[in-house]
Design a protein around this ligand. Structure first.
Ligand code: SAH
Length: 200
């Protein structure tokens, strides 16, 4: 899988090493384990998916861009895979999920790996996680119609946030905070499940 990521253009060695260390098959249903290292999203139940490895690697690479991830918020923990990858290179990871059974699944998956720097929280992540803000990095694993304002406000000075944005076509959108100026840049097209509000 990591060789293929390299061929697909992922250059950040820290990201590649993190992807190497996290066994993706532990995060999918046993019946799908044979596909765990394919470059494809897979169902994790509740109409949600574990993200495609390339997209996980690419998003973290865009966010890193030669700096440390620091305190990181992930919105949409799903089965916990991306949180596990982030935990390899971030100081601390706060991962938020709005579907209770998925959060429980993530908790179980992450327990197996004994990751000490990941905290999971059952909440509507479109509101961020005010009690743990500000964050150096925010990564949103679900597609938003527009940039969620409360997430922008929870970025630390110099912080960076990456969100799939758009109605219909989604593009990875990077927001960099400098003081009170937010600079936006757009990267490739992606397809994520929708960012919803509330919890269930
Ligand atoms: N990060 C996961 C991908 C999960 S798919 C991985 O590593 O594979 C996206 C997840 O976002 C789903 O589990 C969905 O329930 C969750 N989600 C959608 N809207 C959300 C919200 N407002 N707050 C928290 N989680 C949300």
């Amino acid at each position: 899988m990591v060789e293929r990521l390299r061929e697909q253009g992922i250059r950040d060695e820290a990201v590649l090493a993190a992807m190497m260390r996290v066994p993706r098959h532990l995060f999918v249903d046993q019946g799908l384990a044979y596909s765990a290292y394919d470059d494809t999203p897979l169902p994790i139940g509740y109409q949600q998916t574990i993200s495609q490895p390339y997209v996980v690697a690419r998003m973290i690479e865009i966010l890193r861009a030669g700096r440390e991830l620091g305190r990181t918020l992930e919105v949409g923990a799903g089965c916990g895979y991306q949180a596990a990858v982030l935990s390899q290179i971030a100081t601390e990871v706060f991962a938020v999920e709005r579907i209770r059974p998925l959060l429980d699944l993530a908790r179980e998956n992450l327990r197996t790996l004994r990751l000490a720097n990941v905290r999971l929280k059952y909440a509507d992540g479109s509101l961020g996680l005010p009690e743990a803000a500000p964050f150096d990095t925010i990564i949103v694993a679900a597609g938003a119609r527009e940039l969620p304002a409360s997430l922008k406000q929870q970025l630390a000075a110099g912080g960076r946030m990456l969100v799939p944005v758009g109605s219909g076509d989604q593009h990875l959108t990077l927001v960099e905070r400098q003081g009170n100026v937010y600079r936006e840049s757009r990267f490739e097209a992606v397809r994520f499940v929708p960012l919803l509000t509330g919890t269930e």
